[in-house]
Design a protein around this ligand. Structure first.
Ligand code: AMP
Ligand code: MN
Ligand code: MN
Ligand code: MN
Length: 291
């Protein structure tokens, strides 16, 4: 029998200035490496424009790399995120699909600004844009940072609670990609699709079952179990779901910023040993660094 190599310290979910993080792809690479990450993926929202930069810096640092993206979809009336790992960042249908998904973020941002204006918070659209490293990816955290800067709230968590979460005055619903589209783009680009932080959606049991079943039917193969967007109590819940649905398990901090993130890069405990780690499906896609 072949001896299993020990599991690498993996962080397969985080963000840079290409989407709503505050560090550049190179800075995220440096921080991941400094914190002991051995297998890394940068997974910016709806954009693969940082992938070549991330891979180049990982290689220079001697850190193994998997390409990544986190795609926003609408499922059962809610926003759900699907992570794609090992995708070819130059795959045309993926790149075009993501561009179409990003479309409308600016219009949505203007509406958010107008709704905040109506309750006496001025200049939020322009203010948020100043925080957006990539204006095509204007996102709620950029608004949150502006509202913290101007003293409306103490921290971004408070901004989401009071103004930006669903049902709050600055929230503008948006129709993202479909589950089928996202999985097709990822699989078509040679990657593995992973349900991101399922504990965050607060679906009822039926909707959650529907999400997992439809995801599998479309060709999805993984689920995040240990993530900075789950509480430790949720790890065993989604480990059980991975077993039940025969999905590979993924892990990542969901790091956005040294000031804001729940979990820093490389800080989470390992995946339960009996689960199939998602990277075992992606051995041929890992860009191995010379150590
Ligand atoms: P958007 O894609 O514009 O809807 O923004 C979604 C992003 O907002 C997520 O990727 C997180 O970075 C952030 N976010 C969502 N909910 C919260 C929350 N409750 N507290 C802090 N950040 C959040
Ligand atoms: Mn984000
Ligand atoms: Mn997410
Ligand atoms: Mn994320």
């Amino acid at each position: 029998m072949q001896r299993m190599p020990t599991a690498p310290r993996a962080d397969l979910h985080c963000h840079s200035t290409i989407s709503d993080g505050t560090l550049t792809p190179e800075q995220v690479a440096e921080r991941a490496h400094a914190r002991g990450v051995q297998l890394w993926a940068l997974t910016d929202h709806d954009e693969v424009g940082g992938q070549h930069r991330a891979a180049a810096r990982a290689a220079a640092l001697g850190m193994d790399y998997l390409t990544g993206v986190e795609i926003s979809i609408t499922f059962a009336g809610k926003t759900v995120h699907i992570v794609g790992l090992g995708v070819d960042p130059d795959d045309a249908p993926l790149v075009q699909g993501l561009a179409a998904t990003r479309d409308g973020r600016d219009e949505r941002g203007r509406e958010m600004g107008a709704q905040l204006e109506a309750i006496g918070i001025h200049g939020a659209y322009e203010g948020a844009l100043r925080y957006a490293g990539n204006p095509a990816l204007l996102a709620r955290p950029h608004f949150a940072r502006y509202l913290v800067e101007t003293g409306v709230c103490r921290d971004t968590a408070e901004v989401f609670r009071k103004y930006l979460a669903e049902g709050k005055p600055g929230f503008v619903p948006h129709r993202w990609a479909t589950l089928g589209d996202a999985v097709r783009w990822i699989v078509g680009a040679g990657g593995v699709a992973v349900i991101a932080h399922p504990g965050r959606y607060h679906f009822g049991a039926n909707e959650e079952y529907g999400l997992f079943m439809e995801f599998k039917a479309h060709g999805g193969r993984g689920v995040e179990v240990v993530t900075g967007s789950h509480s430790p109590a949720e790890y065993p819940v989604y480990a059980a779901m991975a077993r039940e649905f025969e999905l590979a398990a993924s892990t990542g901090s969901d790091f956005h910023s040294p000031e804001e993130s729940h979990a820093d890069l490389g800080s989470l405990p390992p995946l339960p040993a009996d689960l199939t780690p998602v990277w075992s499906l992606l051995q041929h896609r890992i860009r191995r660094a010379a150590h």
